[in-house]
Design a protein around this ligand. Sequence first.
Ligand SMILES: [Zn+2]
Length: 296
Amino acid sequence: MDLRAQNDECLILRSRDFNESDRLLTVFCRNLGKMACLAKGVRKPKSRLKAATLPFVCGQLEFSASPRRAGQLGQVGGQGLRLITQGETLHSLSELRDDLVKIGAANYVAEMLDWVLPPEKPQENLYILAVTVLLLLAALEEPRQQYLLLKFFELRLLGELGWRPQLEGCARCGRSVASLPAPLPGAAPAIFTAPALGGLVCSTCRRDLGWSLGAPNGREINNSSGEAISKGGVRILSSLLDWEPRRFLQLRLGADLSREVNRALWSYLDYHLGQGSLKARKNLLLYCSEILTSPA
Ligand SMILES: [Zn+2]
């Protein structure tokens, strides 16, 4: 650990009241990674740190150099805590604390990051992704665009963690998505997500592998065995992986395709991220399901 590095640009992932006037924070720092921090006296009316320690604020914070043992600061579960000594707000992102849907969506981003980030390990690309997503979320008013932004976040998160899905064709036989036949109405789907294979699988290979066939049944949270996806759904995922936000935010997809893309993406999250991401996604469904079902 670099004891000289005491000042960093940060995002407040979690902020909860502690003692009479303190806050316990989970902070994602650009260069230092995720840290548990204590901000003392910040709930007093005249605290200069009050604004910089609210949830989702992006700021410049100064910390005590080394973590303190919890016993020195109170009963907080034995984790090393850093004291925040100074702070300055760079982006207050107040929109994310004023609008119920945005609170739910921003909480989702924060919970997912909290789940995947190991303590005090630098993850600058993920930090840049997080700030980009929260700044855009604060500015976007249309549920359609908020939906696309969350799907972009999920895909890029997978990519940064080393699980970018390969979407060009079947991971087993190599046939391209374009060359696979479009299924007739009522027939079994031709393409499925295959998280264990790193991308997609065609229906023939899926059958050869002994994986059960079946049309999606409307579940939003599944058991990671993969989900049927149309060519249109694959195109949406590819766009979210490769396009800049100002381009993919123009995409229009109806309610059915929105749900299909959601199920497909969540099959990857189920497989790679497991329980913690499941909890975050259940909370997301609870607080802003309209984002996930809103037609274009
Ligand atoms: Zn195949």
